[in-house]
Write a protein that binds this ligand. Structure first.
Ligand code: PLP
Length: 471
């Protein structure tokens, strides 16, 4: 592609993205294609000869776009959001343009130093103590794995890195912890049977007394406790494990405490929600995802550690070909995680933080929380719905009850979800709480306004009417 064509298609694609973001509402939120449908439209072998961008872009619109589920749709209420913003997209574009790979300081000093600075901004925004240091990881799953690896090394005196496991180490998390905890425990070599699930209270938060009991029991049985993972804002219901009592238990027994605040960490920038991270100063590491709820397009996960030396001692490697003259005085982020090569993700985060400012971000987060509360209140007033968990942030867990017997409710709500999603106007997902099929509605899209939430309410009620009338 020559320079002129690059300009032409570059302008064209920015126009396309701008139009897309303005008109995304016209698409069904969730793609309606069937499994295999997209693959069937693509050639099974690679193109032997160059093709024109016009043709490629046409195929993008005709083949790829129908297979897109529109995360930036204002009717996105599924899973957790992964919102973006114009500032973020432009930062990502520049990062691609530079093609920077920031494995060590000298491979782009600005990539490392900007990352240090924006991560420290985030640290201040969510109120972590001075001295904690941050690094961008691809996902919360990776950050939690890094925490598990660092905990393994700290507790074993860095022996597992050298000799492998000499005895089993134990990890504790609540029953409601994210599946990435189990995945991390498997990958880090602890073994799934050494992951101890701690019971939760009726608000789905870890019971600290049960944690202490489990640790003591393991000690009595000669097992070595290593790491506790607390969740602030669980995926199923938004529950908050209380960090103060959990942190004190970890101190008492010398355990690593990792905090998974992937979604709700963003809310801690609001003074009225900072309570969710009270006690985080007792932790050893924490992760939250700007790529979920802070206007920064995927991927961008913020991982903080109290003592970076434990992390770098866990990961550091010193092959001759990576040595540089400044290693003693700079950060080389290759030693802060699993991967060697690193994208320049700090750029888009910098754009977002500057273009919105902390106050601008707070305003959007507050609006989302307010809209979730409005949704909850309206459902409660309807009388046929049951709210299944406290709404601390922007997630509402609920189910249709309407006086029907318990044994009908799982099926009734499964059908309600299908009916609602099939309208294409919104997309919600589900979970189970206490074994009960539960619907989840999360407000988190940058462009979601009151009218979208009211429309969701209308559709949910209308479909509930139909279902109740027909069964
Ligand atoms: C979303 C989520 C994760 C996983 O996030 P990724 O960045 O996709 O790995 C982990 N924990 C919690 C609580 C989450 O909500």
């Amino acid at each position: 592609m020559d320079r002129e064509k690059f300009r032409k298609y570059g302008y064209q694609l920015i126009d396309w993205v701008a139009d897309y973001l303005e008109t995304v509402e016209k698409f069904p939120v969730k793609s309606t294609v069937q499994p295999g449908e997209i693959k069937a439209k693509l050639p099974s072998s690679p193109p032997p000869h160059p093709e024109e961008m016009d043709r490629i872009l046409k195929d993008f619109e005709n083949i790829i776009l129908p297979g897109i589920t529109h995360w930036e749709h204002p009717g996105w209420f599924a899973y957790f959001p992964s919102n973006n913003s114009p500032a973020s997209i432009l930062g990502e574009l520049l990062s691609a343009g530079l093609g920077t790979q920031g494995m060590v300081w000298q491979t782009s000093p600005a990539a490392t130093e900007l990352e240090e600075v924006v991560m420290d901004w985030l640290r201040q925004m969510i109120g972590l103590p001075e001295g904690w240091a941050g690094v961008i990881q691809d996902t919360a799953s990776t950050a939690t794995l890094c925490a598990l690896l660092a905990a393994r090394e700290k507790v074993s005196g860095f022996r597992v890195n050298e000799a492998g496991f000499e005895k089993p180490l134990r990890v504790y998390a609540s029953r409601e912890a994210h599946s990435s905890v189990e995945k991390g425990v498997k990958i880090a070599g602890y073994g799934r049977k050494n992951l101890v699930y701690i019971p939760v209270d009726d608000e789905f938060a870890m019971i600290p007394g049960e944690l202490e009991r489990a640790i003591e029991e393991d000690l009595r049985n000669g097992l070595q406790p290593a790491c506790v993972i607390a969740t602030v804002g669980t995926t199923s219901s938004g529950a908050v494990d209380r960090l103060k009592p959990i942190g004190e238990i970890c101190r008492k027994f010398g355990l690593w405490l990792h905090v998974d605040a992937a979604y709700a960490g963003t809310a801690a920038i609001l003074p009225e929600k900072r309570w969710a991270l009270d006690g985080a100063e007792l932790a050893d590491s924490l992760v939250f995802n700007p790529h979920k709820w802070m206007l920064t397009n995927f991927d961008c996960s913020a991982f903080f550690v109290k003592d970076p030396q434990v992390l770098t001692r866990t990961f550091e490697i010193h092959p001759e070909y990576l040595k540089t003259g400044v290693d003693a005085v700079v950060k080389n982020f290759r030693d802060w995680g699993i991967q060697l090569g690193r994208r320049f993700r700090a750029l888009k985060l910098w754009f977002v933080l500057r273009n919105y400012g902390v106050e601008g971000i707070k305003k959007i987060i507050r609006r989302h929380i307010h809209l979730a509360e409005l949704f909850r209140d309206e459902l409660q007033q309807d009388g046929r719905f049951e709210i299944k968990a406290p709404v601390y942030f922007s997630l509402v867990c609920f189910r249709l009850k309407a006086g029907r017997p318990e044994e009908e409710l799982n099926d009734l709500n499964r059908r309600l979800l299908e009916e609602v999603n099939s309208t294409g106007r919104l997309f919600m997902t589900h979970t189970t709480l206490n074994g009960q099929y539960t619907l989840r509605l999360v407000v988190g899209q940058r462009t979601t306004e009151e009218r979208h939430v009211r429309q969701a309410l209308e559709i949910i009620k209308e479909k509930a009417d139909e279902l109740l009338a027909s069964s």
